[in-house]
Write a protein of this length. Structure first.
Ligand code: ADP
Ligand code: MG
Length: 701
C-alpha cells in the first residue's frame, strides 16, 4: 500500500489552483498529470529581479525593478500606436509603453500621481529610458515580492511562464516531509540536503550556477531517482535468482550437429558466449543474462545454441522479438536448421487467430513444439507451455522489466524457473545498461564474423539531392537494393509518416518512368500485414527501393541491400544511425551509407557524423553518443524501453549511478526485507518513483 504521506504526490494536477480545464491538458502534456510530475519539472533558467537601480542608473537591456511615481497617461491618438505612461523618480523620467493596452486596466494598476513598482527590461528610445510591457507591476508594499529571483520553467505553447510557475508553486506547497532514506554518513559526505529541502532549493535557483546538474540539491534528487531504479532492479533480480533454477544440462548432441551444419566456423566471441550461457543453464541458479552484440555480430546463432541446449535437456524454449517482422524473420532463419535437426519450431504472433491459433496452442501445451518464436503475443494468458525452461528475448530495447518477468512466469513452478537470455542489438554503454538491467550477467560479442567490410559512410548536403537520386538509380540498375530512410520529426509518427509518404511520391516521379514500379513504402503506422507485405516485396526483389521510417531499424535482414540513404541524418541518434547502417552490406557485397544532412551543422552534429564515418565499432559509437548528447537521447528514449529519468542525467550523474548500485546492494545485504527504519524509508522512495511493483517481491517468492 502506498504510504499516506505520498498521497499528495499522486493527486491530479487539476486539484491545483489555477490549473483548470483549459490549462491542465497543456501542463499535463508538458510535465505530466500528477502533482509530483510538477515537482520533477525543474527550472531551466531564471530571471533575477533583484537589481533595483534608480531610473538614471538603470543599465539598458538588463532586467530592473524600479520604484517610480506615475505622472500622466497618454492613450494612443490613433489605433495601433502604443499607450504611453510617463513616470519619474528622483533621478529622471521613464516612459512605460503598452501595445494594445487596455485603458481601464492600466488606469487601475498605474493610477496617476501614485507610487508604483515595475519590473522589466529597460531600453533606450531616442536616448530616453523606457520600459515596454513591464513583466510585473505592484504597489510599494509589494516591492519585496517583486524584486526576487524567479525560476523559469521549460514551457509549451499556450502556457504563460508566470501561470506555469504559479501552478508549480502550488504543487510544491503540497510536497511533504519524508523520512530520510539515504545513509546518513553518505549524505553527510556528499553534503546533500534532505529530500524536501533539496526539492525546494532545486526550484529556487539564485544564479545560473544553481541550474547545473552538479549542484547539491539536483545531485540529491538525481541520486534518489537512481537509487529507486537500482533498488527496484535488484529486488526483481534477486527474486528471479532466488526462485531456484533448474539445471538444464544438455548432452550437446544438437549443438554438435548444428556446428557441422553451419557453413562457417563460430567466432571466438560466439563460442565464449555459448559457454557462458551453457554454464548458467547447467547450474541450479536462475539464468539472467544479457547478450550484447553489435549489429551483425551473430547473436542469433548464440540464441539458437542456447535453445538447443534447452531442447537437449528435454524442455521447450521461446524466442520473443519486438515486432512481427522480426519474429517472422527469426523463425525463417531458424526453421531450416531446426528442420535438419529434427526439431519442431512454430511462430505465434498477434495475427494468429481462431482455429489455427488454438491448434498451435494445443500442440504447445502438449509438448509438440520445441521452439516457439513470437512477439509479445507469447505473453497472452492462454499461452501455456508444456515445459518452458528458456526464454530468449530479442529485445532491441523495446521490452520492459515487467514483460521479461511475464514470460519468465510461464515456466512450471514445480520444475523451477525459466532461464532468461536477453539479446540487445544496440551496444549500450555500461552506465545505460546498468539502469535498464541492473547488474545482469553480460556476455559480449565483441568480434564480428570475418570478411565484413565496413560500410562506406559519407555525408552529403541535402542540396545535392539530385546526386543522391542518381546514385540510387545506379544501384538499382546494377541489380542491387536500396533503403531510403526518412527523418524522425519530433518523434511524432504523423509527421514522420508525411515526410516518408512525400518522399515516396517524389522518388516514384523521379525514378519509375525509367525503372518501372520498383519503389515500396513502409512505416510504423501501417497494419502489420501491410508492413510485412512491403518488407517481403523488398526482400524478394519485387521492389528495389524501400522508402521507410525507422521501422526498418530493428534487425531486418535483406542481404541484397547495398545502399542506405538516411535523410536528415543530423536528427537521428548515433546509435540509431549505426543500427540503420547495419542494414546494408550484409550479403557479401560492400555496403554504402549516405548521411544526408540539412546544414548548417552545429559542432555536435558534425562531431557525431565524423565518429560514424570513422568507426564501425558500435560500442565506441554508443559511448561517444552518450558523451556528446546525454543519455536521454542516446537511444531515443521513447522507443528505448530504458527508464525515462526525470531528474538524473546519466551524462552528468554517471558516477552517482554506480554509487546507487553499490548502495542498493549493501542495503539489501543488510536488510533484505527493507524492514528496518531505513528500509521503511526506502519503501517510500520506491513508491515515490513508482517502482513499487518491486516491493511485492519482498514478501512473495
Ligand atoms: P545480429 O543478430 O547479431 O545482428 P545475426 O545473428 O543476424 O547478427 O548475424 C548476422 C549474419 O552473420 C547472419 O547472416 C549470420 O548468418 C551470419 N553469421 C553469424 N555467425 C557467423 C559466423 N561465425 N561466421 C560467419 N557468418 C556468421
Ligand atoms: Mg539479429
Amino acid at each position: 500500500m502506498r504510504p499516506e504521506s505520498l498521497f499528495p504526490a499522486f493527486v491530479p494536477i487539476t486539484s491545483l489552483k489555477g490549473c483548470g480545464p483549459r490549462l491542465a491538458p497543456l501542463v499535463e502534456k508538458l510535465a505530466g498529470g500528477r502533482v509530483q510530475d510538477l515537482w520533477w519539472h525543474l527550472p531551466a533558467g531564471l530571471i533575477d529581479r533583484r537589481y533595483r537601480p534608480s531610473i538614471a542608473e538603470a543599465e539598458p537591456g538588463r532586467i530592473a525593478t524600479i520604484t517610480l511615481t506615475i505622472d500622466r497617461h497618454q492613450p494612443p491618438r490613433m489605433p495601433r500606436l502604443p499607450y504611453r505612461i510617463t513616470a519619474h523618480d528622483g533621478s529622471g523620467e521613464l516612459t512605460l509603453v503598452f501595445f494594445n493596452g487596455r485603458e481601464d486596466f492600466l488606469k487601475r494598476s498605474l493610477p496617476e500621481g501614485e507610487i508604483r513598482v515595475v519590473s522589466g527590461t529597460i531600453e533606450l528610445f531616442d536616448g530616453r529610458p523606457q520600459m515596454t510591457h513591464p513583466d510585473r507591476i505592484g504597489t510599494l508594499e509589494e516591492s519585496d515580492q517583486l524584486a526576487t529571483v524567479e525560476p523559469v520553467y521549460p514551457l509549451t505553447a499556450g502556457l504563460a511562464p508566470r501561470t506555469l510557475a504559479k501552478i508549480i508553486d502550488g504543487a510544491l506547497a503540497k510536497a511533504p516531509e519524508l523520512p530520510e532514506w539515504l545513509d546518513p554518513a553518505y549524505q553527510k559526505k556528499q553534503g546533500w540536503p534532505g529530500w524536501h529541502a533539496a526539492l525546494m532549493m532545486a526550484h529556487r535557483p539564485e544564479s545560473q550556477a544553481d541550474l547545473e546538474p552538479s549542484t547539491l540539491p539536483r545531485q540529491r534528487l538525481a541520486y534518489d531517482e537512481l537509487l529507486a531504479n537500482q533498488l527496484a532492479l535488484l529486488l526483481v533480480r534477486r527474486r528471479l535468482k532466488r526462485l531456484s533454477g533448474r539445471p538444464l544440462k544438455g548432452d550437446g548432441r544438437l549443438r554438435d550437429r548444428l556446428e557441422k551444419l553451419l557453413p562457417w566456423p563460430l567466432t571466438n566471441a560466439q563460442r565464449q558466449a555459448n559457454a557462458e550461457i551453457a554454464g548458467d543453464m547447467a547450474s541450479d541458479k536462475r539464468m539472467l543474462r544479457l547478450l550484447q552484440g553489435d549489429v551483425g555480430s551473430g547473436k542469433t546463432m548464440v540464441a539458437l545454441n542456447a535453445m538447443l541446449a534447452c531442447v537437449e535437456a528435454g524442455a521447450q524454449a521461446a524466442l520473443m522479438a519486438p515486432t512481427e517482422i522480426l519474429a517472422r524473420q527469426h523463425a525463417d532463419t531458424l526453421a531450416p536448421y531446426c528442420e535438419q535437426l529434427g526439431l519442431r519450431i512454430a511462430l505465434l504472433t498477434g495475427r494468429d487467430k481462431g482455429k489455427a491459433r488454438a491448434a498451435l496452442l494445443e500442440r504447445l501445451a502438449g509438448g509438440e513444439v520445441d521452439i516457439l518464436v513470437g512477439t509479445h503475443a507469447l505473453f497472452q494468458d492462454d499461452v501455456a507451455f508444456h515445459d518452458l525452461a528458456l526464454a530468449v528475448i530479442d529485445e532491441q530495447h523495446r521490452f520492459g522489466v515487467s514483460q521479461r518477468l511475464g514470460l519468465a512466469a510461464k515456466g512450471q513452478r514445480d520444475k523451477g524457473g525459466v532461464d532468461v537470455l536477453v539479446m540487445t542489438a544496440t551496444p549500450i554503454p555500461r552506465t545505460l545498461s546498468l539502469t535498464a538491467y541492473g547488474d545482469m550477467d553480460v556476455s559480449l560479442l565483441t568480434e564480428k564474423p570475418p570478411g565484413r567490410t565496413p560500410v562506406d559512410t559519407r555525408t552529403v548536403a541535402a542540396d545535392r539531392y539530385m546526386d543522391v537520386v542518381a546514385a540510387v538509380k545506379r544501384k538499382i540498375e546494377a541489380g542491387e537494393r536500396v533503403y531510403w530512410v526518412c527523418p524522425l520529426v519530433e518523434e511524432n509518427e504523423q509527421s514522420d509518416l508525411a515526410a516518408a509518404a512525400e518522399r515516396h511520391s517524389a522518388l516514384k516521379l523521379a525514378l519509375e518512368p525509367e525503372l518501372g514500379p520498383v519503389i515500396g513504402l513502409v512505416h510504423g503506422q501501417m497494419k502489420a500485414a501491410d508492413k510485412d507485405a512491403a518488407m517481403e516485396a523488398f526482400a524478394s526483389g519485387a521492389t528495389r527501393l524501400l522508402v521507410a521510417t525507422t521501422v526498418i531499424e530493428v534487425g531486418v535482414d535483406v542481404p541484397e541491400a547495398t545502399l542506405i540513404v538516411i535523410e536528415h541524418a543530423e536528427r537521428f541518434g548515433l546509435a540509431q544511425l549505426h543500427q540503420l547502417r547495419g542494414r546494408v552490406g550484409r550479403g557479401g557485397r560492400p555496403g554504402a551509407c549516405l548521411l544526408v544532412y540539412s546544414g548548417p551543422l552545429g559542432e555536435t552534429a558534425k562531431a557525431r557524423l565524423t565518429i560514424l564515418r570513422e568507426t564501425d565499432d558500435g560500442f565506441r559509437i554508443a559511448e561517444e553518443d552518450l558523451r556528446l548528447r546525454g543519455a536521454g537521447e542516446v537511444l531515443g528514449t521513447r522507443q528505448s524501453g530504458l527508464p525515462d529519468f526525470r531528474l538524473a542525467d546519466l551524462a552528468a550523474h554517471g558516477e552517482l549511478l554506480v554509487a546507487a548500485r553499490d548502495d542498493a546492494r549493501l542495503i539489501l545485504e543488510r536488510d533484505a526485507e527493507l524492514a528496518g527504519e531505513r528500509g521503511q524509508a526506502l519503501r517510500v522512495l520506491l513508491y515515490l518513483f513508482e517502482r513499487d511493483a518491486a516491493i511485492q517481491y519482498l514478501r512473495s517468492g
